[in-house]
Ligand binder design. Structure first.
Ligand code: UD1
Length: 423
């Protein structure tokens, strides 16, 4: 099993360029199944989750040409499409559920064995199914009780759908399905994440008629057919946020290129409260943590445009070295404090109670053997490793490989003392 060895590092300096967004490219790849013409996706990050999605598309019958050294993937789904997503791929990546709408539209049936809950929570899909039912699909309840989504549909018909929670995945599945439904769909309390906007802009280029993506009400007028197009994926806002924290925690100063600061307003505001200077320039965003100590602050995760849950653990890494106590409230996932035990192994002394974590701050962290408990938590323990005395050994780094392209190389180029060892 591969590991990272991280050592206390000098303040990071230099520049880093942000890769294409993992969470944007996964639904976009799923949406390529909606046309039998060729789609070319550009700025695709070379990540394990992208590999899994490409394998899934292949297993469903699409022709996938992945050129990840060029960050490009071509997908042509012109042949017969299978209705059933193989469990061995679905269990590797929960985002496999994103093919649900496309399978229904292409084959009239979608069968996906749901994996159980993951480390950060149960992650149910009842909102995805509620949306598809409203569009006319039938869900086999007996199969659902066994953890298998088995949906069938004739021609889907537009409807008004209210999401009880602005689920990102449900919003994506519903706008894909509604794009080729008959008539108009209004999706209320929709997720507003930039990745939804990117998916809608991809679908609109293909010929879909989607308005309002990025707001809480999305209107989709169904069309007869979608066409093959080429599309550049937006930069990864969570990768950008993680590098912002890497500069702050090490009291460094870095230039982040290919980052859209508008997608990170909440994170930027909180970093400024912590005393980090941030300036958007023509070249990129300069993050300067060299001038001040880190001031404690409180954060509460929320759906976009609130503070992103995916930045909760990297930001908590920063708060462990702040000048006083901070509180973190996690409202999006029910069990997203797995990293607290890892930070505590390094001496952070964080206490949790339900959705709330209290971080005393001001601790001198010590290197330890820690685990990447999930993707973002993995990045977070690497960040603490950069400021902890001695060596931090991070295991289960396959989680980090799922979502950070060339993480070690990018950190090393900024002067971080990190290496990957294969055991
Ligand atoms: C996406 C992101 C993930 C991010 C999350 C929240 C991708 C591939 N992943 O995940 O990185 O952390 O958004 O920003 O884009 N929920 C329900 N019922 C449902 C659906 C969701 O209760 O039917 C709950 C979930 O359990 C969770 C919350 O809603 O507590 C958010 O989930 P959702 O927005 O659906 O996240 P994902 O699309 O899975």
């Amino acid at each position: 099993m591969a590991k990272f060895l991280v050592q206390k590092s000098e303040p990071l300096h230099g520049e880093v360029s942000i890769s294409g967004s993992k969470n944007a490219v996964l639904p976009i790849l799923a949406a390529t199944l909606l046309t039998d013409e060729k789609c070319t996706i550009l700025d695709v990050p070379a990540l394990r989750d992208v590999d899994v999605m490409c394998d899934l598309l292949r297993s469903l019958g699409a022709d996938v040409d992945k050129k990840l050294e060029e960050n490009t993937v071509d997908v042509t789904a012109s042949g017969e499409i299978n209705s059933e997503a193989p469990f061995d791929l679905v269990k590797m990546m929960r985002a496999s559920i994103l093919v649900l709408g496309a399978l229904l539209l292409r084959t009239g049936r979608a069968v996906i064995h749901l994996p159980g809950g993951c480390a950060i929570g149960e992650r149910p899909v009842e909102l995805h199914l509620k949306g598809l039912k409203a569009l006319g699909a039938t869900i086999d309840q007996a199969q659902l009780a066994k953890g298998i989504v088995d949906a069938t549909a004739g021609k889907l018909k537009g409807n008004t759908i209210y999401l009880d929670f602005p689920s990102v995945g449900a919003t994506e599945v519903i706008i894909m399905a509604a794009s080729l439904a008959e008539g108009t769909t209004i999706l209320e309390n929709a997720a507003q994440e930039p990745e939804i906007v990117d998916l809608a802009s991809f679908l609109n280029k293909m010929g879909a008629r989607i308005k309002g993506a990025g707001t809480d009400t999305i209107k989709i007028e169904g069309v007869e057919k979608l066409h093959g197009v080429s599309h550049n994926v937006i930069p990864d806002r969570i990768e950008a946020g993680t590098f912002m924290v890497s500069a702050a925690i090490t009291h460094g100063r870095i230039l982040i290129k290919n980052m859209l600061p508008d997608h990170l307003k909440a994170v930027i505001a909180k970093l400024r409260e912590c005393g980090v200077e941030i300036e958007a320039t023509d070249e990129g965003v300069i993050v300067d943590g060299s001038k001040h100590k880190i001031i404690s602050t409180d954060i509460k995760t929320l759906p976009y445009p609130g503070f992103p849950t995916d930045m909760q653990s990297p930001f908590m890494a920063l708060l462990t070295v702040a000048d006083g106590p901070s509180a973190v409230i996690e409202t999006v996932f029910e069990n997203r404090f797995m990293h607290v035990a890892e930070f505590n192994r390094m001496g952070a002394n964080i206490k949790t109670e339900g959705k709330c974590a209290i971080i005393p701050g001001g601790k001198k962290l010590k290197g330890a053997q820690v685990v990447a408990t999930d993707l973002r938590a993995g990045a977070a323990v690497v960040l603490t490793g950069l400021v902890a005395e001695g060596t931090t050994e991070v295991s289960q780094i396959y989680h980090i490989d799922r979502g950070y392209e060339h993480f070690v190389d990018k950190l090393k180029a900024l002067g971080a003392n990190i290496m990957r060892i294969e055991e």
